[in-house]
Design a protein around this ligand. Structure first.
Ligand code: FAD
Length: 417
């Protein structure tokens, strides 16, 4: 059935009280076709009006406006089908909760999803966003994606390469007419011996990586979880390497990821947030080298021979915005990529706050950080990144030259004194 004026507050993790103009959900592919063919209010969609449709998943990576003038389709099909012929092949409805799927695969000794434990959201969006964590991406295990083309009203089946997966992106971002109905994953059946214990051959690596994963540091008085003046600190690169060891039992990998995530990420059921708000920018090495001297303390990761990934969280910290609060919204002090609302903020308020963060980083470093979250705040969305990048770079350069002049001037003053 199609409903009018539905409040989407319970369906988005920022808890924005957004009223959707029209809303339809379906439990199965048959019900979806039934709705489309029988409901007189189901819109006739074309390439020119397809932007009037929005497919809603678990709502954990979207920023909604106060009123959404769109036709919202909300998949609720949650079937899990395990192929009896090809063990490891598993087909799942788009409306299935992602972590419930991970739990199911781990219990059934199917490897491939365990490092993506506790990522909020549904299976449909997992391929749209190409979700990833701890060195794993959903792109690594997707066999095919079954979609409904909302314009032609026909089923399209996309192979892994058709999906054009890239960092937190896929072909679905540029093809809004594709509604993901089902995803088939190709997972590895874990051999009986490695279900509970790792391979003896991997033991030295596992022990060494486990020891390197945890550092003991002296803690300041303000640190809560400390033991006799010391605290434990995770070395995430080593944890990532540890979790990549194939023979480490998948139950253990899931437990490790659960342990870390429940301590480092805010639970979206309790704290209104969408995880990382911005993506880490990928820059040509040459551009990075030009800016490097001004980016003291900003972490980087290798990306390709010509490009380098710069930590967006470090950039936000670098410009002094970690912990910054304005109205109902603030940035997490320890994880500056996370924007948190007190549950009272409107989409417009969060969007304005994000624009301010983006523009401050651009003005002070010359680097543009793009949102990872899908922004639907119609008023402000276009304003994200209004500043011209070239202009910002010029201003940053001018500021840098000015600062150097001042430093040299005061040094000369000191010498002559
Ligand atoms: C605390 C927290 C931690 C997070 N950690 C991670 C992380 O570690 N790694 C990571 O990658 N992400 C992470 N995220 C982001 C988020 O979990 C993912 O982007 C997730 O895939 C969003 O799923 P969703 O079902 O909630 O999608 P939604 O937010 O509802 O939608 C996201 C996009 O997908 C589209 N979409 C949804 N379903 C369909 C469908 N069936 N067909 C076509 N389009 C569809 C929507 O239109 C929208 O464009 C985190 C979020 C939170 C709140």
């Amino acid at each position: 059935m199609i409903h009018r004026d539905v409040n989407l507050k319970p369906f988005n993790s920022f808890q924005i009280p957004c009223i959707a103009q029209t809303y339809a959900s379906f439990d199965s592919e048959e019900q979806l076709f039934d709705l489309m063919e029988r409901e007189e209010h189901w819109p006739v969609l074309t390439t020119t009006n397809i932007a009037n449709v929005f497919v809603l998943g678990g709502g954990s990576n979207i920023l909604l406006p106060d009123r959404l003038h769109k036709f919202v389709i909300h998949p609720q099909n949650k079937d899990i089908f395990v192929s009896p012929l090809d063990r490891g092949m598993i087909t799942v409805g788009a409306g299935t909760d992602w972590d419930e799927l991970v739990a199911y695969t781990v219990t059934n000794h199917l490897a491939g999803l365990e490092r993506l434990t506790l990522i909020p959201g549904n299976v449909g969006a997992s391929v749209v966003q190409n979700i990833g964590a701890y060195g794993a991406e959903v792109a690594d295990v997707v066999q095919q994606v079954r979609c409904l083309n909302l314009i032609t009203r026909e089923i399209e089946v996309l192979t892994n390469s058709d999906c054009q997966f890239s960092y937190r992106s896929s072909v679905f971002k540029s093809r809004p007419e594709l509604l993901v109905v089902e995803v088939t994953f190709k997972l590895q059946v874990v051999p009986f011996f490695f279900r509970y214990i790792p391979s003896v051959l991997d033991l030295p690596t596992l022990i060494s990586l486990s020891l390197k994963s945890i550092r003991i540091e002296s803690a300041s008085k303000s640190v809560k979880r400390k033991w006799r003046g010391f605290k434990l600190k995770m070395h995430f690169d080593k944890v990532r390497e540890l979790l990549a060891v194939e023979s480490l039992p998948i139950r253990l990998k899931r437990a490790v990821v659960k342990f870390i995530r429940t301590r480092t990420m805010p639970n979206p059921k309790q704290v209104a947030n969408v995880g990382c708000f911005f993506k880490s920018p990928i820059l040509p090495v040459k551009t990075y080298l030009n800016l490097q001297s001004r980016l003291q303390g900003v972490g980087t990761y290798p990306h390709s021979d010509e490009t380098i990934k710069v930590s967006a969280g470090d950039l936000i910290k670098h410009v002094g915005l970690n912990g910054y609060q304005q109205g109902n919204v603030h940035i997490e002090t320890n994880r500056p990529l996370i924007i948190i609302s007190n549950g009272q903020a409107t989409g417009h308020e969060i969007s304005q706050f994000a624009t301010m963060v983006q523009n401050t980083v651009l003005k002070e470093t010359g680097i543009r950080i793009e949102p990872e979250v899908v922004i639907l705040d119609e008023g402000e969305a276009q304003n994200l990144g209004v500043i011209d990048e070239q202009q910002a770079l010029k201003e940053v350069n001018a500021l840098f030259v000015e600062k150097h002049k001042q430093i040299n001037y005061s040094r000369n003053e000191e010498q002559s004194a």
